[in-house]
Ligand binder design. Sequence first.
Ligand SMILES: *[C@@H]1O[C@H](CO)[C@@H](O)[C@H](O)[C@H]1NC(C)=O
Ligand SMILES: *[C@@H]1O[C@H](CO)[C@@H](O)[C@H](O)[C@H]1NC(C)=O
Ligand SMILES: *[C@@H]1O[C@H](CO)[C@@H](O)[C@H](O)[C@H]1NC(C)=O
Ligand SMILES: *[C@@H]1O[C@H](CO)[C@@H](O)[C@H](O)[C@H]1NC(C)=O
Ligand SMILES: *[C@@H]1O[C@H](CO)[C@@H](O)[C@H](O)[C@H]1NC(C)=O
Ligand SMILES: *[C@@H]1O[C@H](CO)[C@@H](O)[C@H](O)[C@H]1NC(C)=O
Ligand SMILES: *[C@@H]1O[C@H](CO)[C@@H](O)[C@H](O)[C@H]1NC(C)=O
Ligand SMILES: *[C@@H]1O[C@H](CO)[C@@H](O)[C@H](O)[C@H]1NC(C)=O
Ligand SMILES: *[C@@H]1O[C@H](CO)[C@@H](O)[C@H](O)[C@H]1NC(C)=O
Ligand SMILES: *[C@@H]1O[C@H](CO)[C@@H](O)[C@H](O)[C@H]1NC(C)=O
Ligand SMILES: *[C@@H]1O[C@H](CO)[C@@H](O)[C@H](O)[C@H]1NC(C)=O
Ligand SMILES: *[C@@H]1O[C@H](CO)[C@@H](O)[C@H](O)[C@H]1NC(C)=O
Length: 707
Amino acid sequence: MSSFGLAIALLLLLLLCLTSPVLSCTSQEKGSLLRFLAGLSRRGGLPASWRSSTDCCSWEGIACDGDGGAVVEVSLASRGLEGRISPALANLTGLLRLNLSHNSITGRLPPELLSSGSIVVLDVSFNSLGGGLGELPSSTPDRPLQVLNISSNMFTGMFPSTAWEKTRSLVAINASYNSFTGEMPSSFCISSPSFASLDVCNNKFSGSIPTRLGKCFGLQVLRAGQNNLSGTIPDEVFNASLLEHLSLPNIGLEGKFDGENVIKLQNLAVIDLGGNQFSGKIPDSIGQLKRLQELHLDCNNLSGELPASLGTCTDLKIVNLKGNNLNGQLRQVNFSTMLNLQVLDLMLNSFTEEIPESIYSCSNLTALRLSSNNFSGQLSPRIGNLKSLSFLSLANNSFANITNTLHVLKNSRKLTTLLMANNFIGERIPDDLTVDGFENVQILTLDGCSLSGNLPLWLSKLTSLRILDLSNNQLTGSIPAWIKNLNFLYYLDLSNNNLSGELPTALMEMPVLQSENFQDNLDNRAFELTVYIGSFAYRTLYNFPTVLKLGRNKFRGAIPPEIGRLKFLQVLNLSSNSFSGEIPQPICNIKTLQVLDLSRNHLTGEIPQSLNELNFLAEFNVSNNDLEGPVPTGGQFDAFAKSSFGGNPKLCGSSLAITCGFSADAPLASILSAKPLIDKTVFVIAFSAFFSVGVLYDQMVLSRFFG
Ligand SMILES: *[C@@H]1O[C@H](CO)[C@@H](O)[C@H](O)[C@H]1NC(C)=O
Ligand SMILES: *[C@@H]1O[C@H](CO)[C@@H](O)[C@H](O)[C@H]1NC(C)=O
Ligand SMILES: *[C@@H]1O[C@H](CO)[C@@H](O)[C@H](O)[C@H]1NC(C)=O
Ligand SMILES: *[C@@H]1O[C@H](CO)[C@@H](O)[C@H](O)[C@H]1NC(C)=O
Ligand SMILES: *[C@@H]1O[C@H](CO)[C@@H](O)[C@H](O)[C@H]1NC(C)=O
Ligand SMILES: *[C@@H]1O[C@H](CO)[C@@H](O)[C@H](O)[C@H]1NC(C)=O
Ligand SMILES: *[C@@H]1O[C@H](CO)[C@@H](O)[C@H](O)[C@H]1NC(C)=O
Ligand SMILES: *[C@@H]1O[C@H](CO)[C@@H](O)[C@H](O)[C@H]1NC(C)=O
Ligand SMILES: *[C@@H]1O[C@H](CO)[C@@H](O)[C@H](O)[C@H]1NC(C)=O
Ligand SMILES: *[C@@H]1O[C@H](CO)[C@@H](O)[C@H](O)[C@H]1NC(C)=O
Ligand SMILES: *[C@@H]1O[C@H](CO)[C@@H](O)[C@H](O)[C@H]1NC(C)=O
Ligand SMILES: *[C@@H]1O[C@H](CO)[C@@H](O)[C@H](O)[C@H]1NC(C)=O
């Protein structure tokens, strides 16, 4: 285009702008908006743009109608707004869309907005609005409301049940994550023919699932998990044949998982009925749900074998059946057809025999959890086909041949979590393995396998290792010096083996435990599936404490004073060994210690008094040694039970009710240094905050935490 042409075009554009109907709001609209602004206590910088001298159609977050100039949209999501919503907004008679989501707005939602004669989309999700919504007035003319998103607030009381017949255009309601009580809403199913999406999960609705939902013939999404509902899924619900997403976890539902009903819902892509009490078999007819992508039936009371027809649901990505009573072999399901499968979780069932070969065809599998079943046999080399596999749990089964298992897993280069506890009983840990894989493994558990042999050299090549649990085996020999080459290791559990020798100083050089910001390098993403170790559950690497557990072995010699270098250790357990000498003073430098167990050794000398400066110490045990002198007082030490010190006849102190006769200063010092009780509370909170993470996640998982 020539410059002349360009100039003409610009001129035209300018003219167009100048002559097009000037968007200018009426003073009444401006007044309503300013009243809304005045109701806010934090205004997110709006006043700079919302000046009464300017046209409110040009204000930030405001859009006006091209013709009449009426305000049609107020869009102020994520502005950091605080304060209340003024009912003045309802005076904007042309307002179609109001979006105040992701702010910190408090108070009530003005009923005028809910029953507005103009608003089509009302989104106040992710705020702190509370109180009840009240009932909608029934005498008003029709309301055009289509989308109502009030999720993630603090609303209480009953959900409006009447007068929805005036909202014939209603399409979606998201009232999830509030505290609504009373019956689950459903009356709009009768009046709003286009109604398609209802999300009321995480509330306190009670009673049963309304049969009226069956009248929602357009319903595609139904989510009502985490409520206080009960009973069965009424047959009528299966009349909503367009349903794609049926999510009713953790609401105490019972009854059979009815095959005849479920096949009426041919569009189902997601079924989530986890955490209920469904019993009986998984019906064969499930194979007719050709669009199924996610099947969550975890934590129910389902029994019997997996239906072979499951293999015909070729779109399945996630199959979560953990925590049922399912049994039999997996062989009758042909997994080769389920090429989209990404997560298969069969934990805590009673499946038996071998892993079927067909599973190794599911090349998109990222997480395979078979733990706590009765699987046996050996892994096939074909597991190397699972190129995306990053989470594998075989724990608590009867798998055999650890040498073979490690051999065939070498090729799973993406593997980060490998849990194999309680298998391979009585086998020998291979020491000749030429490990060139496992370079990405961060978590390795082989506890409870009664393995014999030494700590093998191949472990030193697992350079990404963070968590290593080899407890409860019969490993012999000493801790090798290469341990310090595991640059990221911060959780080492070698408890209950036959390890011997002195502690190598190399162990005290574990790099991450010395560096303040070792957590900076941690991947904070959630694992594909929760990692269970013993009775703890972990969702991310951050949740693991820093641990050195060497208890119940045959270690001897002095506890090296270099132990004080492990400045970021939280759990140190050296109990039930043959350590001698004194408790090294530098242990008091490990300010992060929460658990210190030195019991059942041959330690002598005094307990370092400055241990009372370890403010997070919650568990302390030096019982059954040969310690002497006064027990520290003050700090956490005022809270430890007598049993922490028992079996040391030469210890004294007020907490043991034995006066330290030979040292006149000690009792006085201990009285003077006694700190106020508040310290105890502080540590209890710190400790429980830390350790309840495991338990909490446990519960979250049991209550079907997913994605
Ligand atoms: C809405 O407008 C009417 C009429 O202009 C006025 O009387 C009323 O006070 C306004 N309401 C609010 C909440 O500002
Ligand atoms: C409201 O705004 C947020 C943030 O821009 C957006 O994610 C959300 O989809 C909007 N709500 C509606 C109903 O469009
Ligand atoms: C609120 O729900 C509506 C309808 O489902 C949706 O379009 C909107 O994006 C949601 N808002 C946010 C902030 O997610
Ligand atoms: C409802 O809102 C919540 C967030 O509060 C969101 O996680 C959920 O996906 C929404 N439901 C639907 C059906 O979009
Ligand atoms: C749950 O519902 C039952 C009746 O269905 C009621 O007795 C009970 O109080 C409710 N519990 C809560 C926590 O709301
Ligand atoms: C809805 O379901 C019930 C019970 O399953 C059935 O008797 C009824 O005929 C169904 N109604 C329609 C319209 O499909
Ligand atoms: C689980 O199902 C079995 C039958 O399969 C039944 O005997 C048992 O009572 C059920 N348990 C619970 C808690 O519902
Ligand atoms: C399993 O499915 C695959 C792929 O469709 C097919 O080639 C194979 O023959 C099937 N195996 C059995 C045992 O049916
Ligand atoms: C596996 O996943 C990749 C990427 O997510 C996708 O492109 C591919 O189609 C999937 N393969 C199969 C067989 O589903
Ligand atoms: C699982 O295996 C163990 C030992 O192999 C056996 O004692 C137990 O009965 C089996 N349980 C089931 C449900 O098959
Ligand atoms: C264990 O696996 C190795 C390597 O695959 C194999 O040579 C050996 O025969 C297996 N042992 C048993 C008892 O199956
Ligand atoms: C193995 O079983 C024990 C005892 O039931 C349990 O505490 C542990 O979490 C299980 N391990 C895994 C990895 O599931």
